[in-house]
Design a protein. Structure first.
Length: 254
C-alpha cells in the first residue's frame, strides 16, 4: 500500500519531508488556479518529485449534481477542463465527496435527485476516463450530507451507474460515525479506488495511542486484495510533524 496526505502546493515540501509517497490536492482549488499558479504547482511537483496522485472535493457547492440547478452541460464543461489539468499533475483518482453539491434540498423529490446524481457521476466518469483518471465516490456521514452515507450504498450506486471508471473512496471516519462495519471494506473491495484514514474517533492525525484498529483494518484490506493508495485526511496544527508520526503509525500497522 502507498501512503500520502491531503496537502496543497504550500505543503508539498513538508509532505516529502514527512515521508509521503504522494499528495492529494483539492480539485476545486486546482480548477480555480490562475494559469500562473497552475504552472507553479506543476513546477513544484517536478522539483520535489512527488505527484498529486489523488484529489478530493471534486465539485464546488455552486455546481448542483443532484438537486435544483442541475445542468448536465455545466457539469460536463467543468469536469472536462478540470480533468485535463489534473492529469498533468499526475492524478489517477479523484474523490467525489462534495456534500454541498450533492445534498438533496428540502422539498426536492429524492428519486429524481438520485437519477440526476447518477447522470452527473456518469458524465464525470466519461471525462475522467479520457484523461486516465478514476472517480471515487466518498460516503459522508449523515451529519454532513443526506445522500450516500455508507460504503454499502456507494457500491449500489456503482452498480447502478455501470461505468468502469467509477468506484468508492471509503473514509474510516465517516464509516465510524455511521456505525458501518469495517468488514464492508472486504465485502466491496472490488469497487475501492482510494481510501481516507485518520484517528477516526477524533478526526485528527493518527497517533500511537489513539486506540484505532489500523492493524485489523489493514488486514481486512490486504486479505481482500487491496494494495492501493491511502491518504491521511484529518485536522492538524502541525502538518509536517503530525504527518510524519501518522505515517509511521500506519506503516507499522501493516
Amino acid at each position: 500500500m502507498k501512503f500520502g496526505a491531503c496537502a496543497g502546493p504550500d505543503r508539498l515540501l513538508s509532505a516529502v519531508k514527512a515521508g509521503c509517497d504522494f499528495v492529494e490536492f483539492n480539485a476545486k482549488d486546482v480548477n480555480n488556479y490562475s494559469q500562473e499558479d497552475f504552472e507553479s504547482a506543476l513546477n513544484l511537483i517536478k522539483e520535489h518529485r512527488i505527484k498529486a496522485e489523488a484529489t478530493n472535493c471534486l465539485f464546488p457547492g455552486a455546481i448542483a449534481i443532484s438537486g435544483k440547478g442541475f445542468d448536465a452541460e455545466v457539469i460536463g464543461d467543468y469536469t472536462d477542463r478540470l480533468f485535463f489539468r489534473l492529469a498533468q499533475l499526475g492524478t489517477e483518482v479523484s474523490v467525489l465527496g462534495s456534500g454541498a453539491a450533492r445534498s438533496i434540498q428540502p422539498g426536492e423529490e429524492p428519486a429524481e435527485c438520485m437519477e440526476r446524481f447518477y447522470k452527473a457521476i456518469y458524465i464525470t466518469a466519461e471525462n475522467a476516463k479520457k484523461n486516465g483518471i478514476a472517480v471515487a465516490l466518498e460516503p459522508l456521514r449523515s451529519a454532513e450530507c443526506n445522500i450516500l452515507n455508507t460504503v454499502e450504498k456507494a457500491a449500489e450506486i456503482c452498480k447502478a451507474v455501470g461505468h468502469s471508471s467509477v468506484g468508492i473512496n471509503p473514509d474510516l471516519y465517516h464509516m465510524y460515525c455511521e456505525n458501518e462495519p469495517f468488514e464492508n471494506l472486504a465485502k466491496y473491495v472490488e469497487y475501492i479506488k482510494h481510501i481516507h484514514v485518520s484517528d477516526y474517533k477524533n478526526r485528527i492525525y493518527s497517533t500511537p495511542d489513539d486506540g484505532c484498529e489500523y492493524s485489523r483494518i489493514f488486514k481486512i484490506l490486504s486479505d481482500a486484495g487491496y494494495s492501493g493508495r491511502i491518504s491521511l485526511e484529518a485536522h492538524t496544527d502541525d502538518f509536517e510533524a503530525d504527518c510524519r508520526q501518522a505515517l509511521a503509525v500506519l506503516r507499522n500497522a501493516l
